[in-house]
Design a protein around this ligand. Structure first.
Ligand SMILES: [Zn+2]
Length: 446
Protein backbone atom coordinates (compact mmCIF):
# COMPACT_ATOMS: atom_id res chain seq x y z
CA UNK A 1 0.00 0.00 0.00
CA UNK A 2 1.44 3.34 -0.89
CA UNK A 3 2.58 5.43 2.05
CA UNK A 4 0.77 8.61 1.01
CA UNK A 5 -2.77 7.23 0.93
CA UNK A 6 -2.58 5.20 4.11
CA UNK A 7 -0.81 8.03 5.94
CA UNK A 8 1.97 7.84 8.51
CA UNK A 9 1.60 5.77 11.66
CA UNK A 10 -0.80 7.06 14.27
CA UNK A 11 1.04 9.30 16.73
CA UNK A 12 -0.08 8.39 20.23
CA UNK A 13 1.17 10.68 22.99
CA UNK A 14 -1.11 10.04 25.96
CA UNK A 15 1.21 12.03 28.26
CA UNK A 16 1.45 15.06 25.96
CA UNK A 17 -1.26 16.86 27.96
CA UNK A 18 1.18 17.03 30.88
CA UNK A 19 3.97 18.61 28.81
CA UNK A 20 4.64 22.36 28.80
CA UNK A 21 2.52 24.66 26.65
CA UNK A 22 5.48 25.14 24.30
CA UNK A 23 6.06 21.43 23.83
CA UNK A 24 2.36 20.90 23.19
CA UNK A 25 2.28 23.73 20.59
CA UNK A 26 5.36 22.32 18.89
CA UNK A 27 3.98 18.81 18.60
CA UNK A 28 0.60 20.12 17.46
CA UNK A 29 2.35 22.29 14.86
CA UNK A 30 4.09 19.17 13.51
CA UNK A 31 0.83 17.23 13.38
CA UNK A 32 -0.88 20.18 11.69
CA UNK A 33 1.83 20.28 8.99
CA UNK A 34 1.39 16.55 8.47
CA UNK A 35 -2.41 17.02 8.27
CA UNK A 36 -2.17 19.83 5.69
CA UNK A 37 0.29 17.87 3.57
CA UNK A 38 -2.01 14.86 3.72
CA UNK A 39 -5.01 16.99 2.66
CA UNK A 40 -3.08 18.62 -0.19
CA UNK A 41 -1.94 15.23 -1.48
CA UNK A 42 -5.10 13.16 -0.95
CA UNK A 43 -8.28 15.19 -0.47
CA UNK A 44 -9.76 16.34 -3.80
CA UNK A 45 -11.94 18.84 -1.94
CA UNK A 46 -9.18 20.54 0.03
CA UNK A 47 -6.74 20.40 -2.88
CA UNK A 48 -9.24 22.49 -4.83
CA UNK A 49 -9.87 24.89 -1.89
CA UNK A 50 -6.12 25.40 -1.38
CA UNK A 51 -5.62 26.04 -5.07
CA UNK A 52 -8.51 28.54 -5.20
CA UNK A 53 -6.92 30.40 -2.30
CA UNK A 54 -3.44 30.23 -3.80
CA UNK A 55 -2.32 28.44 -0.66
CA UNK A 56 0.84 26.36 -0.65
CA UNK A 57 0.64 23.61 1.99
CA UNK A 58 4.34 24.14 2.74
CA UNK A 59 3.59 27.68 3.96
CA UNK A 60 1.73 26.32 6.98
CA UNK A 61 4.38 25.85 9.66
CA UNK A 62 2.88 26.50 13.10
CA UNK A 63 -0.44 26.90 14.90
CA UNK A 64 -0.27 30.67 14.33
CA UNK A 65 -0.79 29.97 10.60
CA UNK A 66 -4.24 28.46 11.26
CA UNK A 67 -6.30 31.58 10.43
CA UNK A 68 -4.85 31.48 6.89
CA UNK A 69 -6.55 28.15 6.29
CA UNK A 70 -10.15 27.88 5.02
CA UNK A 71 -13.01 27.04 7.36
CA UNK A 72 -15.30 24.11 6.61
CA UNK A 73 -19.03 24.53 7.27
CA UNK A 74 -21.69 21.85 7.79
CA UNK A 75 -23.11 22.84 4.40
CA UNK A 76 -19.69 22.17 2.77
CA UNK A 77 -19.67 18.75 4.36
CA UNK A 78 -23.23 17.99 3.21
CA UNK A 79 -22.51 19.13 -0.35
CA UNK A 80 -19.00 17.81 -0.92
CA UNK A 81 -18.74 14.73 1.31
CA UNK A 82 -17.75 12.49 -1.62
CA UNK A 83 -14.87 14.79 -2.61
CA UNK A 84 -13.60 14.81 0.98
CA UNK A 85 -12.73 11.12 0.98
CA UNK A 86 -8.94 10.96 1.02
CA UNK A 87 -8.18 7.24 0.82
CA UNK A 88 -9.00 4.68 -1.88
CA UNK A 89 -12.47 3.13 -1.38
CA UNK A 90 -10.83 -0.18 -0.59
CA UNK A 91 -9.30 1.36 2.56
CA UNK A 92 -12.67 2.44 4.01
CA UNK A 93 -14.01 0.11 6.68
CA UNK A 94 -16.84 1.90 8.49
CA UNK A 95 -19.61 4.32 7.64
CA UNK A 96 -20.99 6.69 10.29
CA UNK A 97 -23.93 9.03 10.02
CA UNK A 98 -23.87 12.40 11.72
CA UNK A 99 -26.65 12.99 14.26
CA UNK A 100 -28.59 15.28 11.93
CA UNK A 101 -29.64 17.49 14.87
CA UNK A 102 -29.12 20.70 12.93
CA UNK A 103 -29.22 19.55 9.32
CA UNK A 104 -29.40 16.47 7.11
CA UNK A 105 -27.40 13.45 8.32
CA UNK A 106 -24.12 13.12 6.44
CA UNK A 107 -22.22 9.88 5.85
CA UNK A 108 -18.67 9.98 7.19
CA UNK A 109 -16.43 7.12 6.20
CA UNK A 110 -13.56 5.84 8.26
CA UNK A 111 -10.38 4.05 7.37
CA UNK A 112 -8.97 1.26 9.51
CA UNK A 113 -6.52 3.75 10.94
CA UNK A 114 -9.39 6.09 11.84
CA UNK A 115 -10.89 3.27 13.92
CA UNK A 116 -7.54 2.86 15.62
CA UNK A 117 -7.55 6.60 16.22
CA UNK A 118 -11.03 6.73 17.81
CA UNK A 119 -10.12 3.71 19.93
CA UNK A 120 -7.02 5.53 21.18
CA UNK A 121 -9.12 8.67 21.71
CA UNK A 122 -11.68 6.87 23.85
CA UNK A 123 -9.00 5.00 25.76
CA UNK A 124 -7.42 8.35 26.69
CA UNK A 125 -10.79 9.89 27.52
CA UNK A 126 -11.88 6.94 29.70
CA UNK A 127 -8.54 6.91 31.50
CA UNK A 128 -8.93 10.62 32.15
CA UNK A 129 -12.21 9.79 33.91
CA UNK A 130 -10.38 7.15 35.95
CA UNK A 131 -11.71 4.03 34.18
CA UNK A 132 -9.30 1.08 34.45
CA UNK A 133 -9.07 -2.62 33.54
CA UNK A 134 -10.97 -3.52 36.75
CA UNK A 135 -14.08 -1.66 35.64
CA UNK A 136 -17.30 -3.13 34.31
CA UNK A 137 -18.76 -0.47 32.04
CA UNK A 138 -22.40 -0.42 30.97
CA UNK A 139 -22.66 1.20 27.53
CA UNK A 140 -26.21 2.59 27.45
CA UNK A 141 -25.62 4.08 24.01
CA UNK A 142 -26.43 2.78 20.54
CA UNK A 143 -23.75 0.58 19.03
CA UNK A 144 -25.59 0.23 15.74
CA UNK A 145 -27.52 2.46 13.32
CA UNK A 146 -24.26 3.91 11.97
CA UNK A 147 -23.50 5.83 15.19
CA UNK A 148 -19.84 6.47 15.84
CA UNK A 149 -19.92 6.96 19.60
CA UNK A 150 -20.97 3.49 20.79
CA UNK A 151 -18.43 1.79 18.56
CA UNK A 152 -15.69 4.16 19.72
CA UNK A 153 -16.51 3.54 23.41
CA UNK A 154 -16.39 -0.21 22.90
CA UNK A 155 -13.03 -0.06 21.10
CA UNK A 156 -11.59 2.26 23.77
CA UNK A 157 -12.69 -0.02 26.62
CA UNK A 158 -11.18 -3.01 24.85
CA UNK A 159 -7.83 -1.18 24.71
CA UNK A 160 -8.02 -0.49 28.44
CA UNK A 161 -9.05 -4.06 29.17
CA UNK A 162 -12.23 -3.02 30.98
CA UNK A 163 -15.33 -5.17 30.60
CA UNK A 164 -17.88 -3.65 28.23
CA UNK A 165 -21.55 -4.43 28.86
CA UNK A 166 -23.10 -3.43 25.54
CA UNK A 167 -26.62 -2.61 26.66
CA UNK A 168 -27.26 -0.19 23.83
CA UNK A 169 -30.35 1.97 23.99
CA UNK A 170 -32.56 -0.83 25.29
CA UNK A 171 -35.83 -0.12 27.05
CA UNK A 172 -35.54 0.92 30.70
CA UNK A 173 -36.62 -2.45 32.19
CA UNK A 174 -33.89 -4.23 30.20
CA UNK A 175 -31.29 -1.66 31.31
CA UNK A 176 -32.44 -2.00 34.92
CA UNK A 177 -32.08 -5.78 34.74
CA UNK A 178 -28.54 -5.49 33.35
CA UNK A 179 -27.60 -3.08 36.14
CA UNK A 180 -28.96 -5.44 38.82
CA UNK A 181 -27.50 -8.65 37.36
CA UNK A 182 -24.18 -7.46 35.90
CA UNK A 183 -23.37 -4.78 38.50
CA UNK A 184 -21.48 -2.23 36.38
CA UNK A 185 -18.99 0.06 38.13
CA UNK A 186 -19.37 2.76 35.48
CA UNK A 187 -22.15 3.75 33.07
CA UNK A 188 -21.95 5.67 29.81
CA UNK A 189 -25.18 7.29 28.65
CA UNK A 190 -27.47 10.29 28.25
CA UNK A 191 -28.08 11.98 31.65
CA UNK A 192 -31.88 12.27 31.44
CA UNK A 193 -32.11 8.58 30.51
CA UNK A 194 -29.81 7.55 33.38
CA UNK A 195 -31.90 9.62 35.78
CA UNK A 196 -35.05 7.83 34.61
CA UNK A 197 -33.23 4.52 35.02
CA UNK A 198 -32.42 5.44 38.64
CA UNK A 199 -36.07 6.39 39.24
CA UNK A 200 -37.24 3.05 37.79
CA UNK A 201 -34.84 1.13 40.03
CA UNK A 202 -35.91 3.14 43.09
CA UNK A 203 -39.53 2.34 42.28
CA UNK A 204 -38.54 -1.37 42.52
CA UNK A 205 -37.21 -0.68 46.03
CA UNK A 206 -33.53 -0.70 44.97
CA UNK A 207 -31.03 1.48 46.87
CA UNK A 208 -29.46 2.89 43.70
CA UNK A 209 -26.65 4.80 45.43
CA UNK A 210 -25.50 1.53 47.02
CA UNK A 211 -25.23 -0.40 43.74
CA UNK A 212 -21.52 0.35 43.40
CA UNK A 213 -21.68 2.49 40.23
CA UNK A 214 -18.79 4.90 40.82
CA UNK A 215 -18.65 6.81 37.55
CA UNK A 216 -21.28 8.18 35.19
CA UNK A 217 -19.85 9.28 31.86
CA UNK A 218 -22.44 11.55 30.35
CA UNK A 219 -23.00 12.16 26.68
CA UNK A 220 -25.36 14.27 24.61
CA UNK A 221 -26.43 16.75 27.29
CA UNK A 222 -24.31 19.14 29.38
CA UNK A 223 -24.03 18.25 33.07
CA UNK A 224 -22.25 21.48 34.03
CA UNK A 225 -23.32 25.09 33.90
CA UNK A 226 -21.30 27.99 32.51
CA UNK A 227 -19.63 28.27 35.96
CA UNK A 228 -18.32 24.69 35.45
CA UNK A 229 -20.25 23.47 38.51
CA UNK A 230 -22.60 20.52 38.12
CA UNK A 231 -25.95 21.65 36.75
CA UNK A 232 -29.16 20.62 38.49
CA UNK A 233 -29.32 17.64 36.13
CA UNK A 234 -25.69 16.69 36.82
CA UNK A 235 -26.18 17.09 40.56
CA UNK A 236 -29.35 14.97 40.62
CA UNK A 237 -27.56 12.25 38.67
CA UNK A 238 -24.55 12.23 41.01
CA UNK A 239 -26.86 12.04 44.03
CA UNK A 240 -29.16 9.35 42.61
CA UNK A 241 -26.31 6.99 41.75
CA UNK A 242 -23.85 8.02 44.46
CA UNK A 243 -21.33 8.42 41.63
CA UNK A 244 -18.93 10.97 40.19
CA UNK A 245 -20.39 12.57 37.08
CA UNK A 246 -18.14 13.30 34.10
CA UNK A 247 -19.15 15.54 31.21
CA UNK A 248 -18.01 14.85 27.66
CA UNK A 249 -18.06 16.73 24.42
CA UNK A 250 -17.91 14.93 21.12
CA UNK A 251 -19.37 14.83 17.64
CA UNK A 252 -19.21 12.49 14.70
CA UNK A 253 -17.70 15.15 12.44
CA UNK A 254 -14.90 15.83 14.93
CA UNK A 255 -14.32 12.08 15.35
CA UNK A 256 -12.95 13.07 18.73
CA UNK A 257 -14.28 13.17 22.30
CA UNK A 258 -13.11 15.08 25.37
CA UNK A 259 -13.91 14.08 28.93
CA UNK A 260 -13.61 15.91 32.22
CA UNK A 261 -10.72 14.86 34.43
CA UNK A 262 -11.42 14.02 38.09
CA UNK A 263 -11.51 17.76 38.91
CA UNK A 264 -14.47 18.25 36.58
CA UNK A 265 -13.76 21.73 35.29
CA UNK A 266 -14.22 21.23 31.55
CA UNK A 267 -13.03 18.63 29.04
CA UNK A 268 -9.25 18.58 28.57
CA UNK A 269 -8.31 18.82 24.90
CA UNK A 270 -6.31 15.90 23.55
CA UNK A 271 -3.48 17.70 21.78
CA UNK A 272 -2.35 14.84 19.53
CA UNK A 273 -5.89 14.37 18.18
CA UNK A 274 -7.43 17.78 17.76
CA UNK A 275 -6.81 21.50 17.46
CA UNK A 276 -9.65 23.63 18.81
CA UNK A 277 -10.18 27.30 18.03
CA UNK A 278 -12.93 29.62 19.23
CA UNK A 279 -14.09 32.05 16.54
CA UNK A 280 -16.60 34.89 16.16
CA UNK A 281 -19.49 35.26 13.70
CA UNK A 282 -17.08 36.05 10.87
CA UNK A 283 -14.83 33.10 11.64
CA UNK A 284 -12.11 35.27 13.18
CA UNK A 285 -10.24 33.94 16.24
CA UNK A 286 -11.48 35.29 19.59
CA UNK A 287 -9.22 36.16 22.55
CA UNK A 288 -8.76 33.37 25.13
CA UNK A 289 -11.72 32.90 27.47
CA UNK A 290 -14.38 34.42 25.22
CA UNK A 291 -17.48 32.51 24.17
CA UNK A 292 -17.63 31.76 20.46
CA UNK A 293 -18.09 28.99 17.95
CA UNK A 294 -16.01 25.86 18.44
CA UNK A 295 -13.89 25.19 15.35
CA UNK A 296 -12.25 21.79 15.29
CA UNK A 297 -9.38 20.42 13.23
CA UNK A 298 -9.33 16.68 13.94
CA UNK A 299 -5.70 15.62 13.49
CA UNK A 300 -4.51 12.30 12.07
CA UNK A 301 -7.82 11.42 10.37
CA UNK A 302 -7.34 9.78 6.95
CA UNK A 303 -10.77 8.59 5.67
CA UNK A 304 -12.55 11.95 5.53
CA UNK A 305 -10.13 14.43 7.08
CA UNK A 306 -11.56 17.87 7.85
CA UNK A 307 -9.95 21.23 8.35
CA UNK A 308 -11.21 23.97 10.68
CA UNK A 309 -14.69 22.45 10.93
CA UNK A 310 -17.33 24.89 12.22
CA UNK A 311 -19.28 22.85 14.76
CA UNK A 312 -22.04 25.41 15.32
CA UNK A 313 -21.56 24.85 19.08
CA UNK A 314 -20.81 27.85 21.28
CA UNK A 315 -18.40 27.48 24.20
CA UNK A 316 -15.25 28.93 25.71
CA UNK A 317 -11.81 27.56 26.44
CA UNK A 318 -10.51 27.62 30.01
CA UNK A 319 -6.77 27.87 30.35
CA UNK A 320 -6.23 28.44 34.09
CA UNK A 321 -4.12 25.58 35.50
CA UNK A 322 -5.99 22.41 36.46
CA UNK A 323 -5.13 20.53 39.66
CA UNK A 324 -4.62 17.30 37.67
CA UNK A 325 -1.40 18.76 36.23
CA UNK A 326 -2.41 18.74 32.57
CA UNK A 327 -1.44 21.89 30.69
CA UNK A 328 -4.05 21.57 27.97
CA UNK A 329 -6.92 24.07 27.77
CA UNK A 330 -10.32 22.75 28.73
CA UNK A 331 -13.47 23.18 26.70
CA UNK A 332 -16.31 24.49 28.84
CA UNK A 333 -19.90 23.30 28.55
CA UNK A 334 -21.71 24.14 25.33
CA UNK A 335 -23.73 27.27 26.12
CA UNK A 336 -25.79 27.03 22.97
CA UNK A 337 -25.94 26.11 19.31
CA UNK A 338 -25.60 28.83 16.72
CA UNK A 339 -28.56 27.37 14.80
CA UNK A 340 -30.70 27.47 17.96
CA UNK A 341 -30.06 31.12 18.73
CA UNK A 342 -33.36 32.88 19.35
CA UNK A 343 -34.12 36.52 18.95
CA UNK A 344 -37.26 37.39 20.90
CA UNK A 345 -38.25 41.05 20.67
CA UNK A 346 -34.66 42.09 20.20
CA UNK A 347 -33.23 39.94 23.02
CA UNK A 348 -30.87 37.09 22.13
CA UNK A 349 -31.35 33.90 24.12
CA UNK A 350 -30.29 30.25 23.80
CA UNK A 351 -32.56 27.30 24.68
CA UNK A 352 -30.03 26.18 27.31
CA UNK A 353 -30.64 29.41 29.27
CA UNK A 354 -34.40 28.63 29.41
CA UNK A 355 -33.70 25.07 30.61
CA UNK A 356 -31.36 26.42 33.29
CA UNK A 357 -33.97 28.99 34.40
CA UNK A 358 -36.52 26.21 34.99
CA UNK A 359 -34.30 23.52 36.46
CA UNK A 360 -35.38 24.20 40.06
CA UNK A 361 -39.10 24.12 39.25
CA UNK A 362 -40.89 21.84 41.73
CA UNK A 363 -41.99 18.54 40.14
CA UNK A 364 -40.50 19.38 36.73
CA UNK A 365 -40.49 16.35 34.43
CA UNK A 366 -38.80 18.37 31.71
CA UNK A 367 -39.44 21.12 29.23
CA UNK A 368 -39.02 21.73 25.54
CA UNK A 369 -39.12 24.74 23.28
CA UNK A 370 -41.08 25.47 20.14
CA UNK A 371 -40.11 28.43 18.04
CA UNK A 372 -41.92 30.06 15.14
CA UNK A 373 -41.37 33.24 13.18
CA UNK A 374 -43.72 36.19 13.32
CA UNK A 375 -44.10 39.11 10.95
CA UNK A 376 -41.84 41.35 13.00
CA UNK A 377 -38.78 39.18 12.28
CA UNK A 378 -38.89 38.25 15.95
CA UNK A 379 -39.08 34.63 17.11
CA UNK A 380 -42.27 33.47 18.82
CA UNK A 381 -41.27 31.18 21.63
CA UNK A 382 -43.44 28.63 23.41
CA UNK A 383 -42.03 26.73 26.36
CA UNK A 384 -43.78 23.41 26.96
CA UNK A 385 -43.41 22.32 30.58
CA UNK A 386 -44.15 18.82 31.89
CA UNK A 387 -45.59 18.95 35.43
CA UNK A 388 -47.48 16.35 37.53
CA UNK A 389 -51.08 16.00 36.27
CA UNK A 390 -50.40 18.91 33.91
CA UNK A 391 -51.08 21.34 36.75
CA UNK A 392 -49.15 24.56 37.25
CA UNK A 393 -49.28 28.32 36.94
CA UNK A 394 -48.16 29.25 33.43
CA UNK A 395 -47.94 32.96 34.20
CA UNK A 396 -45.62 32.53 37.17
CA UNK A 397 -43.41 30.15 35.16
CA UNK A 398 -43.20 32.81 32.43
CA UNK A 399 -42.20 35.28 35.18
CA UNK A 400 -39.35 33.01 36.30
CA UNK A 401 -38.06 32.73 32.73
CA UNK A 402 -38.40 36.45 32.17
CA UNK A 403 -36.51 37.28 35.38
CA UNK A 404 -33.57 35.05 34.37
CA UNK A 405 -33.39 35.63 30.61
CA UNK A 406 -35.25 38.92 29.90
CA UNK A 407 -37.44 36.97 27.48
CA UNK A 408 -41.09 36.26 28.29
CA UNK A 409 -42.33 33.26 26.28
CA UNK A 410 -45.76 31.70 26.10
CA UNK A 411 -45.87 28.77 28.56
CA UNK A 412 -47.91 25.62 27.95
CA UNK A 413 -48.20 23.03 30.72
CA UNK A 414 -48.63 19.33 29.88
CA UNK A 415 -48.47 16.06 31.84
CA UNK A 416 -45.08 14.28 32.15
CA UNK A 417 -46.35 11.52 29.84
CA UNK A 418 -47.24 13.99 27.11
CA UNK A 419 -43.87 15.71 27.53
CA UNK A 420 -42.10 12.35 27.10
CA UNK A 421 -44.20 11.49 24.03
CA UNK A 422 -43.27 14.84 22.48
CA UNK A 423 -39.56 14.65 23.16
CA UNK A 424 -38.45 11.00 23.12
CA UNK A 425 -38.80 10.07 19.48
CA UNK A 426 -37.93 6.49 18.59
CA UNK A 427 -34.45 5.98 17.24
CA UNK A 428 -33.08 9.15 18.82
CA UNK A 429 -30.15 9.18 21.20
CA UNK A 430 -31.49 11.92 23.42
CA UNK A 431 -34.75 13.78 23.90
CA UNK A 432 -35.50 16.43 21.32
CA UNK A 433 -35.96 19.61 23.36
CA UNK A 434 -35.99 22.17 20.57
CA UNK A 435 -38.54 22.32 17.77
CA UNK A 436 -37.71 24.91 15.18
CA UNK A 437 -40.60 25.80 12.86
CA UNK A 438 -39.00 29.01 11.61
CA UNK A 439 -37.80 27.52 8.31
CA UNK A 440 -41.28 26.10 7.55
CA UNK A 441 -42.77 29.52 8.07
CA UNK A 442 -40.34 30.95 5.54
CA UNK A 443 -41.14 28.22 3.06
CA UNK A 444 -44.87 28.56 3.42
CA UNK A 445 -44.72 32.33 2.99
CA UNK A 446 -42.57 32.22 -0.12
ZN1 LIG B 1 -7.63 18.39 34.88
Amino acid sequence: MNAVSSGPNLVQSPRLGFATGEEIAEQQGGLLRQHIEFLAANSPYYRQRFSELGLDARDIRTLTDLPRLPLTGKEDLARHAAKMIAVPDVDLVDLCLTSGTTGPAVALQQSRRDLERVAYNEETAFRMAGVSADDRVLLAVALDRCFMAGLAYFLGLARIGALAIRAGTALLPALAELVLKQRPTAIVGVPTLLLRLAADLEAQGVDVAALGVRRMICIGEPVRGADLKLSRLGGKLAEAWGATVFGTYASTEMATAFTDCEYGIGGHLLPDLMIVEIVDEDGLPLPPGEVGEVVATPLQVTGMPLLRFRTGDLARLHSEPCACGRQTPRLGPIVGRKAEMLKVKGVTVFPQAIHTALQDLEGLAGCCLEVRSDYEQSDLLTVVVGLPDGNGDAASIADVISARTRVRPEVRIVTPDIWREMTWRSGRRKPQLFFDYRAQKLRSSS
